[in-house]
Design a protein around this ligand. Structure first.
Ligand code: SF4
Length: 337
């Protein structure tokens, strides 16, 4: 297995520390996946590369249970990139519903348009071509390469990072941000054979999502507990530092942006009074959130011309009208682009 010497140097533990042990770890996780994986439509053999790409974007910051109905609705409406490319942007945002981080919906539409313009409507092959698409980063390009095109790719999401941190490095949690050391490790353990590499990527990700969870890993259900998980073997040491405090959602601008978007999805347009009523104590905050939605292309002032639609530029085509210098709310309401 290429790169296993690196694994040996990095772990500094006796588990799992030989190519044979890494191989056994991979086999165990793949076997576990075959009997324990969730049945999800984007994993079915008939799932298209486009469907898999959409699922990967939706799943980045949203749990499966919330993504599933939205993904099904998206694929029913827009089964191919050309369908989404032609859709009205307001409709795209409505169907995105409450998945959160709605800029992802705009980026997906941009991505669809670029696929139609530059690739004849087919999701391109190869991580380089994928990463040239709007909104497609290192993770998504690797995931689409592995899961849609069945090619060897180093797929690293938070779940995989956590399993490798525990099982191989003996740490409670991965590094605070994705590090070069983690990438080297993920590359080192990736099987060299194409089919096995795809199976490993899928299986280790699912293990992290279902069993080796962040807060309470279910080691008793894990195929690696008896096969030398380094963290278990080390006596489950605590994290070196607690850097993972979650920011409270209540009272944040993100929450208020979400409430504005919910109004827009429901009514298509909102009045200045309805916007101001969202936080009567803090009109400056309301205006700040309005401006950020305008800047992101997620809304336009109610009096403005429609700027998007089939073939339009999508993200960033709607320019915010300046509010007064004192930051007070502008007189117009908002509508979806
Ligand atoms: S044994 Fe426990 S800590 Fe180790 S990989 Fe499995 S679930 Fe994670």
């Amino acid at each position: 297995m290429p790169g296993c010497d690196t694994v040996l140097r990095m772990t500094g533990t006796s588990t799992p520390s030989t190519p044979a042990m890494i191989d056994a770890m991979i086999d165990a996780v793949i076997d576990w996946y075959r009997s324990s994986a969730r049945v999800l439509p984007w994993r079915e053999p008939e799932a298209s590369a486009w469907g898999i790409l959409v699922s990967e974007v939706m799943l980045q910051q949203t749990p499966v249970v919330r993504v599933l109905p939205r993904w099904q609705e998206w694929m029913r409406r827009w089964p191919a990139p050309v369908d989404l490319a032609d859709a009205p942007t307001a409709e795209v945002l409505r169907v995105w519903d409450r998945l959160g981080y709605p800029r992802r919906a705009l980026r997906l539409q941009d991505c669809a348009r670029q696929i139609v313009r530059a690739h004849g409507g087919e999701v391109p092959r190869g991580e380089q071509a994928l990463r040239a698409l709007p909104g497609i980063g290192e993770y998504t390009a690797a995931a689409v390469t592995a899961f849609a095109h069945h090619e060897r790719a180093v797929v690293v999401d938070t779940n995989i990072r956590r399993v490798l941190a525990r099982a191989v490095r003996g740490r409670a949690l991965p590094d605070r941000s994705y590090s070069a050391a983690e990438r080297v490790l993920a590359t080192s353990v990736l099987p060299s054979e194409r089919g096995r590499s795809v199976a490993w990527n899928q299986a280790v990700m699912e293990l992290g999502a279902l069993v080796c969870t962040a807060r309470s890993p279910r080691c008793e259900q894990c195929p690696l507990q008896a096969r030398g998980c380094a963290w278990v073997a080390a006596g489950r040491p605590a994290p070196e530092e607690d850097t993972r405090r979650r920011q409270a959602f209540e009272g944040t601008d993100r929450q208020l942006r979400g409430r504005i978007m919910a109004l827009l999805r429901e009514h298509g347009e909102t009045s200045p009074a309805a916007l101001a009523a969202l936080d009567p104590e803090d009109p400056v905050r309301v205006e700040r959130c309005i401006r950020s939605l305008l800047a992101d292309g997620l809304a336009v002032r109610a009096g403005e011309e429609h700027a998007s639609g089939a073939g339009a530029g999508g993200v960033g085509t709607n320019v915010a009208r300046e509010a007064g210098a004192d930051g007070a709310a502008a007189p117009d309401g908002l509508r979806l682009p």
